[in-house]
Design a protein around this ligand. Structure first.
Ligand SMILES: Cc1cc2nc3c(=O)[nH]c(=O)nc-3n(C[C@H](O)[C@H](O)[C@H](O)COP(=O)(O)OP(=O)(O)OC[C@H]3O[C@@H](n4cnc5c(N)ncnc54)[C@H](O)[C@@H]3O)c2cc1C
Length: 338
């Protein structure tokens, strides 16, 4: 008797879930509006099994000019596609208005180069994958914080497809590439049909998932000046698992010291504010001063005051504040260790 009632209620529960799922799917936007050329019935059946990609036109231009022309003509209904590791999940989950056309940059040559010389610094093309950066001997030798940031992103699969530039363009507060690039004072070159502009990385992010990029512009290159010979850099990421998880807190430090005195220091933090940020007050406390454990402790505590972390399923605000302090102190100790 009891088993019968239980069976029946499970069936009713599953049926209600099924109806709710179908309703949510039907009213969710497809191609930027509800309704499309597929039958509602077919879509509803598909929805039970998976969230399939909506329809869009896929273009693979051969030149930057071609890509920029399409972007200009399509206005906001086109999206640039690099590795797709962020864009495709967003489209599947209907987190963004579905673009009418997706422009794959991978048909354009010369965007996947990494180059470095002491005078002009490091240049990272917009199609350089995260893995290419993590495996580059130049990056490992001259830009350890970038190496650590790249190595900490996602999984081998994500790093093989995802680009470093794409990571910046997503502008999520936890983007691992951002803190290291902030401490290295990188600049971002963006192109539109009307010309090119260079944006310092600390002016690139304007809010969560928002940047200064206009809808008809493409990021073509990230430039990083050669760090001072005696500088040291580090990126530390706190995440629940060693890989696959986004940062709860990310801290990058780049510093120069001489005979125990801090000559220069840059501190940047990720996942603790609406955008990745620098901690200028903490930097000022250290500059020109003799490095002591007490001073490092004070600066690390000060870094908390420049953050506005959120409370979410990944970590509480209080825990994030404690970790900003702990991780900043650890990063400063590593950079200024004798
Ligand atoms: C399982 C998984 C784990 C992940 N783990 C991490 C992690 O640990 N840390 C982390 O920071 N991220 C993580 N990510 C997020 C993602 O992989 C990265 O942000 C990646 O670097 C995005 O690069 P992409 O080339 O795939 O960008 P895409 O998905 O192609 O594009 C992302 C966005 O940037 C725009 N865009 C890309 N390139 C350009 C360009 N050149 N010019 C203009 N706009 C452009 C696109 O239009 C889109 O809006 C993870 C993702 C997945 C799926």
């Amino acid at each position: 008797m009891f088993k019968k009632i239980l069976d029946k209620s499970v069936k009713i529960y599953v049926f209600i879930l099924y109806i709710v799922y179908i309703l949510v799917y039907i009213i969710s936007p497809v191609n930027g509006h509800s309704g499309c050329d597929e039958t509602i019935l077919r879509r509803s059946i598909m929805a039970v099994f998976y969230r399939k990609l909506p329809r869009f036109e896929y273009l693979i231009p051969k030149t930057l000019e071609e890509a920029l022309t399409v972007l200009k003509n399509q206005k906001e209904s086109a999206k640039v596609f690099a590795g797709g590791t962020d864009l495709i999940p967003q489209m599947k989950r209907r987190e963004i208005p579905v673009p009418r056309c997706v422009i794959d940059l991978k048909g354009i040559s010369k965007l996947d180069a990494i180059s470095f010389d002491e005078d002009s610094g490091l240049k990272i093309g917009s199609l350089v994958t995260i893995n290419a950066l993590a495996e580059s001997p130049v990056i490992r030798q001259h830009f350890p914080s970038l190496f650590q940031a790249a190595s900490s992103i996602g999984s081998p699969q994500v790093r093989n497809r995802g680009t470093f530039a794409g990571n910046i363009c997503t502008a999520v507060p936890s983007a691992d590439s951002a803190p290291a690039l902030l401490t290295l004072e990188a600049t971002i070159t963006v192109k539109g049909l009307n010309g090119e502009r260079v944006v310092p990385i600390d002016q690139f992010f304007t809010g969560p998932r928002m940047t200064v990029l206009k809808p008809d512009e493409i990021l073509v290159e990230i430039s990083v000046p050669t760090p001072a010979r005696s500088s040291r850099g580090v990126y530390l990421k706190l995440s629940p698992r060693h890989s696959m998880d986004l940062a709860i807190v990310g801290v990058a430090v780049n510093g120069v010291s001489e005979k125990g005195i801090c000559k220069d220091v840059k501190i940047a933090l990720g996942a603790v504010a609406p955008t990745p940020i620098r901690a200028p007050m903490a930097e000022e406390m250290l500059k020109g001063q003799r490095i002591t454990p007490e001073l490092i402790d004070e600066a690390a505590r000060n870094a908390i005051t420049q953050c506005s972390p959120i409370d979410d399923h990944r970590a509480s605000q209080e825990y994030r504040c404690d970790m900003i302090y702990a991780m900043t102190r650890r990063a400063l100790n590593q950079v200024f260790a004798q």
